[in-house]
Every structure is written in structure tokens, then in C-alpha cells.
Design a protein around this ligand. Structure first.
Ligand SMILES: [Zn+2]
Ligand SMILES: [Zn+2]
Length: 149
């Protein structure tokens, strides 16, 4: 199978990566450390072999526990992933940090002991686009720009 090169990075663009996503495994982690580290109800990760990821510019790293560290951008704060310290063949990149994450489909729920059931199936909730949200549109228009994607 041919390699599937994908790109991504942080919100401000300082940290960028390239990844061969051929062996990508997407999943959610609901553990409390991932909730805190990402600020979300869960962390959405894409796991890859470590050698499949090339950083164009190295991220910053912090020890999120005695057994793992997490890459992030110290300029904008974007959480970029997760990696175990010892014996880790893989690295996780955050789903949202990919330039086009739309093709990844989550396969498992990790950290299920802290899973918030009410946040799992939200498909029936009302939906509103940013470019239909007056409080957002008026602010972008006030600086002479359209709402970004
Ligand atoms: Zn950044
Ligand atoms: Zn976790």
C-alpha cells in the first residue's frame, strides 16, 4: 500500500508536522489526564508508528505523568499529542491538529472509566454553522473579514 502523507500543526502555525497515515488508528481517550490536557470531554487521537511522524519544527514537550509526555506549542498552547516514555513504538497526534482530519474514523474508547456518557451521542442536538452565528459573523465583519472555515 502506498504511503499516505498528511500534514498538520498547531493553531498559530509555529509547530508543523508531516505524517505517513497508512497505519493510522484513530480513537478517543476519556481518562481524566486527557480531559485536562486537551480541555475536551475526551482526547481525540490518531495513533501512528513513531517513525511515521516528522516534525518540521519540534514541538515543546511536558511530562503529563511519570510515564508519558505530551507535545504542544508553547506559543499558542495547542495540544499536539501523547507519547509513553518507555517502550513506545507509537505516538499519538491530536485529531484536530491535522490539516484535514476528516478521513479518520475512531475505532475505540480508551479510559472508559471516566467516560461522560452524555457527550458521546450528540448527533440529535441542534446544529448551527459559524457563518450563521451573528455574534461570530459581526465580529469578523467588524475587522473586514469573512468567517474562516
Ligand atoms: Zn502554535
Ligand atoms: Zn487518556
Amino acid at each position: 500500500m502506498a504511503s499516505k502523507t498528511m500534514t498538520g500543526g498547531c493553531q498559530c502555525g509555529r509547530v508543523r508536522y508531516q505524517a505517513d497515515a497508512e497505519e493510522a488508528e484513530a480513537y478517543l481517550c476519556h481518562c481524566r489526564m486527557c480531559q485536562r490536557a486537551t480541555g475536551g470531554f475526551a482526547a481525540s487521537f490518531v495513533q501512528l508508528p513513531a517513525e511515521a511522524v516528522t516534525w518540521q519544527r519540534e514541538p515543546d514537550w511536558y511530562a503529563s505523568s511519570p510515564i508519558a509526555k505530551r507535545p504542544f506549542c508553547s506559543a499558542c498552547g495547542t495540544p499536539l499529542g501523547f507519547r509513553f516514555n518507555e517502550g513506545a513504538k507509537g505516538i499519538d497526534l491530536t485529531f484536530g491538529s491535522f490539516d484535514d482530519p476528516s478521513g479518520f474514523v475512531p475505532k475505540t474508547h480508551a479510559g472508559a472509566e471516566s467516560l461522560h456518557e452524555a457527550w458521546i451521542d450528540t448527533s440529535a442536538l441542534p446544529r448551527q454553522r459559524s457563518d450563521e452565528t451573528e455574534s461570530v459573523v459581526s465580529r469578523w465583519h467588524s475587522i473586514g473579514r469573512e468567517v474562516p472555515e
